[in-house]
Ligand binder design. Structure first.
Ligand SMILES: [Zn+2]
Length: 404
């Protein structure tokens, strides 16, 4: 019996290591000479609002320690005891040829595909997502890595609102943009961060309601925020249009759910708030991916992915930032969601080490969870391997119609 268990475990371990990964939610990266505090700052969720002394706190984050340890192994250093040295060796190697360095990271982590959010922060500031031109980004990727994009709608809403004198200008500007990206073969859908603007209690909005709000906002009667007019109805109208167009074009809509950067509307970002919208018949034929699995409300998201045939989820944020509890978050995702609706994602951004370490952490935690499910006789080894293949790779290819 014990021998059988050990053999099962080995088979699972090997199987999980062999499957390629498609990272279904991440951001572009670029070369930076990273220092320890810069890296630590990137690992603070919501951006580093820390003064220089505070970076010492961030350097005690589990994910920082893990990343440093794995990086020292990758670079052939004896230990991670001297993080300054690890970062120095890393930056020298990355500077020599960033492309080769990225290839090394992706090859070791087994990352074969990326679905990239093309969004950037509309205002700069402490936790801004930098604007990285996608042509520049692709130059740093190995040829064997496939990449597709999602177009973020909020920067368009802001720009087109500012450029439009009438509602019909606004509506046609938005429609033009949606059509353009829906037809672009490099793109597989759209991304909304409405949880950062007016929250997830989204309703399907009519053109008439949107027109009324647009006129009021143009007359200066609506509330202003740093990102422009609050304009809840208008934003929900645009999301409704995107959902409609994605149904026609067979594209995917990713919606941010759960915690996020510090400009998130925290109390309005939880996944259950989307329930009425997801229940609307007009939404039911479009593939919707709840990004970050509503972290930390992963079970609730798992329920939504169970209840609605068109709803999917990923497990980013738990990966790699919630390292100590990652195994449980994977269990929670599998708790109610069919395995065919869960996808791997890292939420990596800015520097490729986050994409890389996410893949390493996830494979490790996922192997533990699957081994346990097999040893409790909830699953056969074959079923467990099939689930691994789906979550790491095949679901992404299917959901995003992504040929790899
Ligand atoms: Zn993200």
């Amino acid at each position: 019996m014990a021998r059988r268990g050990a053999q099962d475990n080995r088979e699972l371990e090997d199987g999980i290591q062999r499957v390629w990964i498609v990272d279904t939610h991440s951001h572009p990266f670029k070369f930076t000479r990273l220092t320890t505090s810069h890296l630590a700052g990137l690992l603070a969720i919501g951006g580093p609002a820390y003064e220089s002394d505070g970076f010492k706190d961030l350097e005690s984050l589990l994910v920082y320690k893990f990343l440093m340890r794995e990086l020292s192994k990758l670079l052939g250093l004896e230990s991670a005891k001297d993080p300054e040295r690890v970062m120095e060796v890393r930056s020298e190697l990355a500077e020599r040829s960033f492309r080769d360095y990225v290839e090394l990271l992706f090859e070791r982590a087994g990352i074969k595909g990326l679905i990239i959010d093309d969004g950037y922060s509309e205002a700069g500031g402490e936790h801004a997502l930098p604007y990285i031109e996608i042509g520049e980004f692709e130059k740093n990727l190995p040829k064997w890595v496939s990449v597709r994009y999602l177009h973020r709608i909020e920067p368009d809403i802001r720009r087109i609102f500012e450029e439009s004198d009438s509602f019909s200008d606004f509506a046609s500007g938005i429609e033009y943009s949606i059509e353009k990206f829906a037809r672009d073969p490099r793109y597989v859908g759209f991304k909304s961060i409405i949880a950062y603007r007016t929250g997830l209690e989204v309703l399907w909005r009519s053109e008439e309601e949107a027109r009324r709000e647009f006129m009021e906002c143009k007359k200066g009667y609506c509330e202003q925020a740093w990102f422009g007019p609050v304009a809840r109805i208008l934003r929900e109208y645009v999301l409704s249009l995107v959902v409609e167009k994605c149904r026609e074009h067979g594209r995917v809509v990713q919606i941010h759910t759960g915690i996020g950067d510090k400009d998130i509307l925290l109390v309005k970002s939880f996944p259950h708030l989307l329930f009425p919208f997801l229940k609307d018949e007009r939404v039911r034929k479009t593939k919707i991916v709840l990004v970050h699995g509503g972290y930390p409300n992963v079970v609730m998201t798992s329920y939504l992915a169970n209840a609605f045939p068109n709803v999917y989820m990923d497990v980013s944020v738990a990966t790699p930032f919630g390292l100590s509890n990652l195994e449980n978050r994977i269990r929670e995702a599998l708790e109610l969601a069919p395995a065919s609706k869960i996808m791997y994602a890292s939420d990596g951004y800015y520097t490729p080490e986050i994409h890389w370490v996410g893949a390493i952490a996830f494979r490790r935690a996922f192997a533990t969870v699957l081994k346990e499910l097999v040893s409790s006789e909830f699953l056969e080894v074959d079923d467990a391997l099939e689930i691994a293949g789906r979550i790491l790779y095949r679901n992404a290819a299917h959901v995003y119609s992504f040929e790899i």
